[in-house]
Structure formats: C-alpha cells, structure tokens
Design a protein around this ligand. Structure first.
Ligand code: NAD
Ligand code: MG
Length: 396
C-alpha cells in the first residue's frame, strides 16, 4: 500500500488522479490533500477517501470546510493558508506527492515535498519553469524522484530507456543516442482562425479546447501555445536537454503525445486517447503499468495523423517562451509570472487575447537576466514580474 498526497485535489488533474486512486484501493491510500477554495469538492473527497489531513489555501474556506466536516461527523485535520498547504505537502508521510496545483502557487509546496525525499508526480509545469535548476539540485540533495504527469513529458519519458527514466534532471541524452525530442501540441482551438480575427477571441472561445478537457488557465495557454512554450522549458529541465535537442511539432489530432528520435533513425512515439488518466497512471504505477480506466485507441477510427511546423505569427507566446529559455532562469520565471497575470486578466475580460503576448513581451524586455541561487530569489523575480505585468495591463 502506497500513501499519496494530492496537491490541487479539486482541479482537473486532481479529479483524474482521484479516479485512478479509486480504481486501486488496495494499492494506494490518500494521506493528504490541498486546494484553494473549493470547499464542497473537498468535503466529498474527505467523505470518499478519508485522508488524515487536508489544507485549504484560503483561510475562510478552511473554516467553512471545518464546519462542513463537523456537520457530517467526518474526522480530518484541516490546515489553512500557504503554510498549511506546505505542511501537508511536506509532512513526509506520503510515498508519492502529486503536484497538481495550477501556477506559481505550486512551487513552495512542491519544494517542501522534495525535501522529504519522496516521489514527486509533477503536473504543475509552472514550478519547474520557474525553478528548474534549483529544483533538481534539491531533488538530488534529498534523493527525491521526479515523474512527469504532463502528457507530452510522460510520452517522452515512456519512449526513453530506463537509465534515463531513473535519472530525470541529470540524464545524458547523447549517451542514450537520442537525436531529438519531438514535442507535439494540438495547436489549440484557433489553429485555423485567420490571424486578423484573433483580436475577437474571448475567454469562452479560448477555453473550449478541441481535444483536451482542462482547467481554465492551461486551456488559454493551449490556445496561445504558451503551454507548449512552458512545456519546452519543462522538457529542457526534466530531460537535461538543450534548446536544440527539442523540436515543437503541431499535431492537431493529439493521438501521438510526443516522440523521441534516435541516432539510428528510429522514432519512438507514445499514442493514446487524450485522457490525463493515462500519464497519471504511468506516474503512480511506475515502473509497473496499472489500470487507468481509459479505453485503448481504436486505430480504425483514427482517420489521419497530420504534422506541421508552428507559425510564430499565430503563436507569439511560443516564440517568447523559447527565447526566454535561451536567456535563463530569470527570464523563464518572468515569462511565467507575466503570463499568469495576463491570462487572469484575459479570463476576467480585462484584456484582449492578443494582449497576452504583448504583456509577456513587455515584462521580458524590462527584467534583466541574473543568476538565481535559491527559491526566495526566484519568488522575488516572480513578484517583480507580476508588478510590471499589472502596470503594463494598466497602460494598454
Ligand atoms: P485546475 O484549475 O483545474 O485545478 C487547479 C487546482 O489547484 C485546484 O484544485 C485548486 O484548488 C488548486 N490550487 C490553486 N491554487 C492553489 C493554492 N495556492 N494552494 C493550493 N491549491 C491551489 O488546473 P488543472 O488543469 O488541473 O492544472 C493543474 C496543473 O497541471 C497546472 O500546472 C497545469 O499546467 C498542469 N497540467 C494540467 C493538464 C490538464 O489536462 N488539466 C495537463 C497537463 C498539465
Ligand atoms: Mg501537456
């Protein structure tokens, strides 16, 4: 029986993770869970999975949760605030911590988990984009182990040899005879929209992803392809790759979830339904395969697989992310922070779709690169970038 802590338990990845846990009651036990404000969902989680402790980032939600649990005579410790979330993440009682918090908010909790030397099943790509090198230094120091949950990174992971899988962050792609990592993306809902019409895109249209069902922030990131940009940076850190080792390829059907091309000319791909329960099951079960509840692909129903190069005029955010990857950790942290602020403003109808890239660009031009040596320095850059992003939104 392995013990699991689930950060971001009430979200899209959190819900899919719980679905897997439910299918394997003799193999996994939910020890802890954390969320932002979703009290009703957390009550249901406690009722069904009986975790020992849960945390709500929002203090008033924690109070409401305590009352709701008491009314149902459910026994569970409730912690609150950022420190409560970190405490649940880093109490060392779980074999596996799943980080499915969205955005920079997932960074401190996952770092607390790393210090316990557990397995980190990482969905929260933003944490890695911000902290990359420092994150993996801590992983090594505390002998933690990272397993990717992001579907593309899980696909790449599955196409790599065991020595690489066992050594994420420090693996040697050249020694494994890897020629290229092919990072695929669907191109989002506006792949065929005339570029001049993109200024009319609103939040409702942007979060209606053609293939994947996800939380609102990552849905907008998928439309702008900032998601692929963040994943490009995520892949660099996970697979110890250079920018040149990774190629982004648009593959609208999302049947292939990414590929690895080897020096002998062989290309390995991982295929499957677009259902996040697959990569979650891969991470939870590793190195074994476990049931995920997802039906296998029916190849007679897959009509065609097409591929194309991304067009950077359509996807300026992807270009900005790749440029920031070349600049360094300060740039990738600023990119992520600016994007979070801009996407939030877009989701609340305060800026237009095309303004997202403008805000990110402005922030990247303003913040100078410097070496970041610890998480506090990363968070300082994050908050400066957020300030500049807000000013630039005000000036639009
Ligand atoms: P979501 O918005 O559906 O859920 C986010 C979760 O994080 C919620 O449970 C929310 O309560 C929690 N949360 C937010 N702020 C918090 C805080 N400060 N403290 C504690 N909990 C907090 O998002 P999602 O789509 O599930 O995505 C989660 C992460 O996984 C993101 O980083 C995303 O990029 C990544 N991811 C998601 C998918 C997907 O299919 N949804 C795929 C790949 C990667
Ligand atoms: Mg992904």
């Amino acid at each position: 029986m392995r013990s699991v802590t689930l950060l971001g338990a009430t979200g899209s990845i959190g819900t899919s993770t719980l679905d897997i846990l439910k299918r394997h009651p003799d193999e996994f036990k939910l020890h802890g869970a954390a969320a932002f404000t979703s009290v009703d969902k957390m009550v249901k989680i406690v009722e069904e999975f009986h975790p020992q402790r849960v945390a709500m980032f929002d203090t008033s939600s924690a109070l409401k949760l305590k009352e709701a649990l008491a009314a149902k005579s459910l026994c569970c410790e409730v912690l609150d605030g950022p420190l409560g979330v970190e405490e649940v993440a880093g109490d060392g009682a779980s074999d596996i911590v799943v980080d499915a918090i969205v955005g920079a908010a997932g960074l401190k909790p996952v770092m607390a988990a790393v210090k316990t030397g557990c397995i980190i099943a990482l969905a929260n790509k933003e944490a890695l984009v911000m902290s990359g090198k420092i994150f993996f230094e801590q992983v090594k120091k505390y002998e933690a182990k990272v397993l990717p949950v992001d579907s593309e990174h899980s696909a790449i992971f599955q196409c790599l040899p065991y020595e690489v899988q066992e050594n994420l962050g420090y693996c040697d792609l050249k020694a494994a005879n890897v020629n290229k990592i092919l990072l695929t993306g669907s191109g989002g809902p506006f792949r065929n929209t005339p570029v001049e019409d993109l200024s009319f895109v609103n939040a409702k249209l942007a979060i209606a992803h053609p293939v994947w069902s996800m939380g609102p922030k990552i849905s907008v990131d998928s439309a702008t392809m900032m998601n692929k940009g963040l994943e490009f940076i995520e892949a660099r850190y996970l697979f110890n790759a250079t920018d040149e080792d990774i190629q982004v390829v648009i593959h609208p059907q999302s049947v292939i979830h990414s590929m690895v091309s080897y020096t002998d000319g062989a290309v390995l791909a991982q295929l499957g339904q677009p259902d996040m329960r697959i990569p979650i099951a891969v991470a939870l079960g590793f190195p074994s395969r476990i049931h995920s509840g997802v039906s296998p692909l029916d190849f007679t129903k897959v009509s065609s697989l097409t591929f194309m190069q991304p067009d950077y005029t359509r996807y300026p955010c992807l270009k900005l992310a790749m440029q920031s990857s070349k600049s360094g950790q300060c740039a990738t942290t600023s990119l992520n922070a600016a994007n979070e602020v801009a996407v939030d403003a877009f989701l609340n109808d305060r800026i237009g779709y095309l303004d997202i890239a403008k805000v990110v660009d402005k922030v990247l031009q303003t913040i100078e690169e410097k070496t970041l040596s610890d998480i506090d320095e990363v968070l300082e850059v994050d908050s400066r970038a957020r300030q500049i992003a807000k000013q630039s939104i005000g000036a639009l």
